[in-house]
Write a protein that binds this ligand. Structure first.
Ligand code: HEC
Length: 144
């Protein structure tokens, strides 16, 4: 390797190292959004039930999951739906959704989990604008 190539590589290496350190510093000093900090134990229990019953085989959260049933990210804050509606469907199922024989405490936990999902995301992903740094912002559409 010639002396010039070596110097050039060293310069590139140095610049990339500096960029890495600066970017890491930037990322680690960003404030964590409030709704990412606290997950109630009820919501955690709801997530366990969600996994146990494999709800995501039919439902999506944040746009990911199965497609037999609707996306549940914003069901609790959707017009004409909400907690009671979701609880009723979980309680007895429908013609197309199985009845999991969930008891009231389990339904409460699943509602807490869905409430957390509702507060932390939006399933209308296509309405987001992707910024130059890869972050996304909602285009005029407010969640609630
Ligand atoms: C076999 C597929 C399947 C599984 C598994 C399933 N669901 Fe569903 N679910 C559906 C379908 C289909 C609908 C739409 C029901 C209808 O329109 O009659 C639905 C509707 C719902 C709704 C109402 C959503 C809305 O926006 O109308 C909720 C809440 C719900 N499911 C929760 C759950 C939970 C919690 C689990 C796991 C314990 C689960 N589902 C598992 C198929 C499923």
């Amino acid at each position: 390797m010639s002396e010039r190539t070596f110097t050039r590589y060293r310069l590139i290496y140095t610049l990339l190292s500096i960029a890495f350190v600066v970017f890491s510093g930037f990322v680690y000093t960003q404030a964590v959004p409030e709704n990412n900090k606290v997950v109630s134990s009820k919501a955690v229990q709801g997530k366990m039930l969600w996994q146990q019953h494999n709800c995501s085989s039919c439902h999506q959260l944040y746009g990911l999951g199965g497609y037999l049933g609707p996306d549940l990210t914003n069901t609790l804050s959707s017009k004409g739906k909400g907690r009671d509606y979701a609880a009723a469907i979980m309680k007895s199922g429908t013609q197309v959704m199985p009845d999991f024989h969930l008891n009231d405490a389990e339904i409460e936990a699943l509602l807490a989990f869905l409430e957390h999902a509702d507060k932390s995301g939006n399933n209308r992903v296509h309405s987001y604008k992707i910024g130059r740094d890869g972050t996304i912002t909602s285009e005029g559409e407010t969640r609630k």
